[in-house]
Design a protein around this ligand. Structure first.
Ligand SMILES: [Zn+2]
Length: 121
C-alpha cells in the first residue's frame, strides 16, 4: 500500500505549497501562471484519483478513504482556483494611472498616489 500513501502525502504537500504561493501573488501575470498551475495540479489529482480507483479494484482493496482524500485535495485546489480567478477579475477592473502606474479602483476619479485625473488616461 506504499504507493497510495505516497500519493496522499504528495497531494497534501502540493495543496500547501500552492496555497502559500497564492497568498503572495500581486500582479496579474503571476496570477495567470498560478491559475494555470492550479489547473495542471487539478488534472494530476484527477489522474491520481482514477489510478487509485483502478488499482484498488484490481487488488480488491477498499479505496474509499483514499478516494475521499483525493476528492478533498481536488476540492481544495478548486477553491484556490476560484480565489485566484476572483483576484484576476478584480485586477482587470482596476484602472492603471498613466502618470505613475498606480492601480486604482475602477470607480476612482483621481489617482490615489499622484492625484492625476484618471478619466484623462
Ligand atoms: Zn498616479
Amino acid at each position: 500500500m506504499g504507493i497510495f500513501e505516497d500519493v496522499v502525502v504528495n497531494a497534501k504537500t502540493a495543496v500547501n505549497v500552492v496555497g502559500k504561493k497564492a497568498g503572495q501573488f500581486v500582479d496579474i501575470s503571476k496570477l495567470r501562471i498560478s491559475a494555470a498551475d492550479l489547473n495542471n495540479e487539478i488534472s494530476k489529482r484527477f489522474e491520481t484519483l482514477g489510478r487509485t480507483i483502478y488499482e484498488a479494484k484490481k487488488t480488491d482493496n477498499d479505496s474509499s478513504e483514499l478516494v475521499n482524500e483525493c476528492i478533498t485535495a481536488i476540492d481544495d485546489l478548486y477553491e484556490q482556483l476560484d480565489a485566484v480567478n476572483e483576484q484576476i477579475a478584480a485586477m482587470r477592473e482596476k484602472q492603471v494611472c498613466k502618470g505613475c502606474g498606480e492601480e486604482n479602483p475602477q470607480d476612482a476619479i483621481y489617482c490615489n498616489k499622484c492625484g492625476r485625473k484618471l478619466s484623462e488616461n
